[in-house]
Design a protein around this ligand. Structure first.
Ligand code: IVH
Length: 695
């Protein structure tokens, strides 16, 4: 074939496959085949530099660095939109424009997503992409052509040769408008990569998209996952264009522009509103950030005749979703001591409304996050509140700094008890490991008496709080020192508190009174009975960080009693299968603390000192040699049942996922173990599949 024909053919082919990939999201050739076509094209261009055309795919990755952006006057003003914050606002808009023009009565409406990106204006001359601009002040924008050329979803030539051979005519001069943005998934991926290479991450897709297009190096723009959706014809000359919004969208799509597939047309405003409401609910399923939906009068002649107010056309309006991201001042950083002793920093904010709720606290995740984002007290911060998620700080607005902001130092001591805080290898969290820490005492005791541990029936959270408030219990061992008098006091206090909360309408029935009177005795019995719990249960009850049911059972088989376990060194502990340096260290650390030693002494004195049970020979079976981790709730088996089932068949159950884990048994509402297993590529089983393994 004549090389110049071949060149034209290749150009069209590469542009077409580029369109399939970046606009339709439906490639029909492999990357390898695409590269082959592109390389052949590049070779021809190397042989014939004078052939290189502006619509050649090689002309996308701009290389020259600009000094500044030239100004471009838009052929028509680039308008904005008035906002509606709910159905009433939207109906009021319709009433207003009905009075201006009778045709509004019969108008149809097109609803489109309002993408939170950067408005761009694209000029095509004779079907070739000639120039691209930002919105600027609506009259004059900045020439960002070189940057926009790198955006693969922007066709360099229209109509893009498509597989359906419908011929669409293009005006000699066509100016369209769209929204450039970075899809959420790509944004997350971009941040993940930046984090991996230790670079600074971006705050949100919108700022990143705007920043990537409004900087002077097209190479950098090319490296950002930008795309766009086109929704308006701003101007045309030398050719017909549709005069209804719905048809405009169809027309732009036929030319090869990326156009939303979420748009719909309605015969009345109420249906249009109902549709926007469904996207308010479903906004998280959109692949990009949308801050609302746009409701437009379909008839563009009518819309134009309605005119505008300031920069807002009367023929359309933005139906805004409740905001999810706002900026406010970070007054200070507080630290909470969580249930497991984890110290969690939180933001104390200048109160601000986000989506109808006043927010004054927001999570800052962990101390590493504060350092990474360089969040300082006094900063303006971006705060997000979305769906069920607790409000969180995204990061500081660096440009808003006055210089008075204070760099944050994480606390070296627990804010609740003043003990030195600890950090375990491989974890980001800092812990207060002091079991006497008042912030943790309630939770420690709750855990100690719980079903899976010492199982003291009748000692619920309400009672635990009273025990602590009355100063009767300062550690778990104090439970065993409680006597009848103490319990009578507790009983009184409990009745008093209950009455305070909900005064009884009638005097309590005699039967209920009798029950109440028996409570102390019952509890004393339950406490006494718990002394007989096996060693594993007591180990669980101590609440050692990283030691769950399975680990406790292993430890109780290796050590005869808690004296033995207390003596074990980190090295000795690491000899046990399933115990890595992190767990070993946290066990040794727990037993080295004077407070905990004191608790052990008291427990021993009270006769709470179970001995190791006979070691059971491990049976051989179908699961011999396999290690399992269980997470979530299974349909029929309880935690103990699964463990028994796996062990009966020769398998081993451990608490934490590692490279040695053979399978993760997954139930409903799994925890973070599932994420870790997924990351390590470990196979998942449900209960049925687990049973099948043993057949
Ligand atoms: S129509 C006359 N449609 O929202 C046309 N705007 O606050 C006026 N936007 O600056 C704009 N998606 O950047 C329109 N489907 C859409 C849009 C959209 C996003 C942006 C646009 C505009 C802002 C208005």
């Amino acid at each position: 074939m004549n090389p110049s024909h071949r060149y034209e053919e290749l150009k069209a082919q590469v542009n077409f496959h580029n369109y399939r990939y970046h606009v339709l999201d439906a490639p029909i050739i492999s990357d390898l085949e695409y590269d082959r076509l592109l390389n052949e094209l590049k070779q021809i261009e190397a042989d014939h530099p004078d052939w290189v055309a502006p619509d050649s795919p090689t002309q996308r990755a701009g290389s020259k660095l600009a000094n500044r952006f030239e100004k471009i006057r838009h052929p028509r003003p680039i308008l904005s939109l008035a906002n509606a914050f709910g159905a009433d606002d939207a109906r009021a808009w319709l009433e207003r424009i009905k009075k201006l023009d009778d045709r509004v009565e019969r108008a149809q409406f097109v609803v489109e997503p309002k993408i939170d990106g950067l408005s761009v204006i694209l000029h095509y001359r004779d079907g070739l992409f000639a120039q691209g601009a930002t919105r600027g002040d609506g009259e004059i924008g900045e020439d960002i052509t070189s940057n926009l050329r790198t955006v693969r979803a922007i066709p360099l030539k229209i109509p893009v040769d498509s597989d359906q051979k419908s011929v669409v005519s293009v005006p000699k001069y066509l100016v369209v408008r769209g929204e450039a943005f970075i899809p959420n998934k790509d944004f997350e991926e971009l941040n993940r990569k930046l984090e991996e290479t230790g670079e600074k991450t971006y705050l949100n897709p919108r700022n990143t998209a705007a920043g990537s297009l409004r900087q002077l190096d097209p190479q950098l723009t090319a490296s950002r996952p930008l795309t766009l959706l086109v929704y308006q014809i701003v101007y045309s000359e030398g050719g017909e264009v549709p005069t209804s919004q719905w048809k405009v969208l169809e027309y732009l799509k036929a030319l090869g522009f990326p156009v939303t597939d979420v748009a719909k047309r309605f015969d009345d405003l109420d249906s249009a509103i109902a549709y926007t409401e469904t996207w308010n609910q479903g906004r998280d399923s959109l692949p990009y950030e949308a801050d609302g939906m746009v409701i437009k009068i379909d008839d563009l002649t009518l819309a134009a005749d309605l005119g505008f107010v300031g920069k807002d056309p009367r023929g359309a309006m933005a139906f805004k979703f409740p905001a999810r991201e706002v900026t406010t001042t970070l007054n200070d950083i507080g630290v909470a001591v969580g249930r497991t002793g984890v110290l969690t920093p939180y933001a104390m904010l200048e109160p601000v409304e986000i989506g109808g709720v006043i927010v004054e606290r927001a999570t800052l995740h962990n101390f590493d996050f504060i350092a990474e984002k360089d969040i300082r007290a006094g900063d303006r911060v971006l705060v997000k509140r979305a769906g069920e998620v607790i409000p969180y700080v995204i990061g500081p607005v660096i440009d808003a700094r006055s210089g008075k902001e204070k760099i944050y130092q994480p606390p070296a001591k627990c804010p609740a008890c003043g003990e030195t805080v600890e950090h375990f290898e491989g974890e980001v969290a800092w812990y207060c490991v002091n079991a006497a820490c008042p912030a943790q005492l309630t939770r420690n005791i709750e855990h100690f008496v719980s079903r899976g541990a010492m199982d003291i029936e009748g000692l619920g959270i309400e009672l635990v709080k009273i025990l602590i408030d009355l100063g009767l219990v300062k550690d778990v061992a104090d439970i065993y020192a409680l006597n009848k008098d103490d319990l009578a006091k507790i009983n009184e206090e409990m009745t008093r508190r209950r009455r305070e909360k909900k005064p009884p309408k009638n005097p309590p029935k005699t039967a209920a009174k009798k029950e109440e009177a028996k409570r102390p005795e019952k509890l004393l019995t339950a406490i006494a009975v718990s002394k007989e719990q096996p060693l594993a249960r007591l180990i669980i009850g101590l609440g050692i960080h990283n030691v769950g049911e399975v680990m406790a059972s292993d430890l109780s088989q290796k050590f005869t009693d808690l004296d033995e376990l207390a003596k074990a060194t980190v090295e000795e502990l690491m000899q046990i299968e399933g115990i890595g340096p992190g767990i070993a260290e946290s066990i040794a650390d727990w037993f080295s603390r004077p407070f905990n030693r004191q608790v052990l002494k008291k427990l021993k004195g009270a006769g709470v000192w179970p001995k190791s049970e006979e070691k059971t020979e491990k049976p051989e079976g179908k699961l011999t040699g396999l290690t399992f981790v269980v997470t979530g709730t299974l349909p029929t088996l309880t935690r103990e049942d699964v463990k028994e089932f796996i062990e009966k068949n020769g398998g081993k159950v451990t608490d934490s996922v590692s490279k040695k884990t053979s399978y993760l048994v997954l139930g409903e509402n799994p925890g973070s173990k599932a994420d870790k297993a997924r990351a390590l590529g470990i196979e998942f089983l449900d209960e049925a599949a687990l049973r099948t393994l043993t057949l």
